[in-house]
Design a binder for this molecule. Structure first.
Ligand code: SF4
Ligand code: SF4
Length: 227
């Protein structure tokens, strides 16, 4: 299961600065179990946003938001609401947020941080979508993960080696993650986001909380230490 936590409301409101009409998207998969993006959290988020002067133009909770192939189809009934929104706030793991961003052609904001993918990568095929960094940056990248899509996990733009849209590390096979981010933001008319400077990444947050590290192996090791 992909484990996520809700970002603080102030951080979310910061993402939404200058925007009024918001569509809220939740997930009935892992996010519902984690209580970060189920029906109850989406209702609460609607209230919180409205209390803070936003207009929620629509919301829904989909089964397995990480299933990219089905997102568009399932959101068909909400097409007009999404079109009328300034952005979509996505309440789920990093894989689900990326799947929504890739499908909607709308600016998406993450409402959650992903703490652990628990050995799974969601329903969207591709083995390395989310690096469980614990402080999701998808807001500034148009919904493309810089931790997994950039070979060096750079968070403040490309290195000097990118050429013709390809990564210098594997120029024959791998697109430059920051080239993809640039193209996505350009498409969304939000290249200004490339200018935001990210603080040094707190890599300590990549260590899952103790209660999530209780794999069988980890538990056995702990018991050995206690004996
Ligand atoms: S920035 Fe990337 S690695 Fe970090 S939580 Fe978001 S999707 Fe996952
Ligand atoms: S070329 Fe692009 S993907 Fe490769 S390391 Fe540099 S910035 Fe990252």
């Amino acid at each position: 299961m992909l484990i996520s936590e809700l970002k603080p409301l102030e951080e979310i409101l910061g993402y939404l600065e200058g925007e009024t009409n918001i569509f809220v998207l939740g997930c009935k998969g892992c996010a519902e179990v984690c209580e970060t993006g189920g029906e109850a959290q989406v209702i609460q988020m609607r209230e919180d946003l409205e209390k803070n002067g936003k207009k929620v133009v629509g919301s829904t909770v989909l089964d397995f938001l990480c299933d990219r192939a089905l997102i568009k189809l399932r959101l068909k009934p909400h097409e007009d609401e999404i079109k009328a929104s300034d952005s979509v706030l996505v309440m789920t793991c990093g894989v689900g947020i990326q799947a929504a961003a890739a499908s909607l052609g709308k600016l998406t904001h993450p409402a959650c941080n992903t703490l652990s993918v628990g050995g799974a990568q969601g329903e969207w095929p591709g083995s390395e979508r989310c690096g469980q960094c614990g402080n999701c940056l998808l807001d500034m990248t148009g919904g493309i993960c810089p931790i997994t899509m950039c070979t060096k996990s750079l968070v403040n733009g490309p290195c000097g080696g990118t050429k013709n849209g390809m990564c210098e590390v594997e120029p024959d096979v791998r697109e430059c993650g920051w080239h993809l981010i640039y193209e996505r933001l350009k498409e969304l008319g939000r290249l200004d986001k490339m200018k935001e400077i990210q603080p040094l990444k707190a890599y300590s947050k990549m260590q899952p909380p103790k209660n999530l590290r209780s794999t069988v192996m980890w538990a056995l090791e702990q018991r050995e230490k206690e004996q």
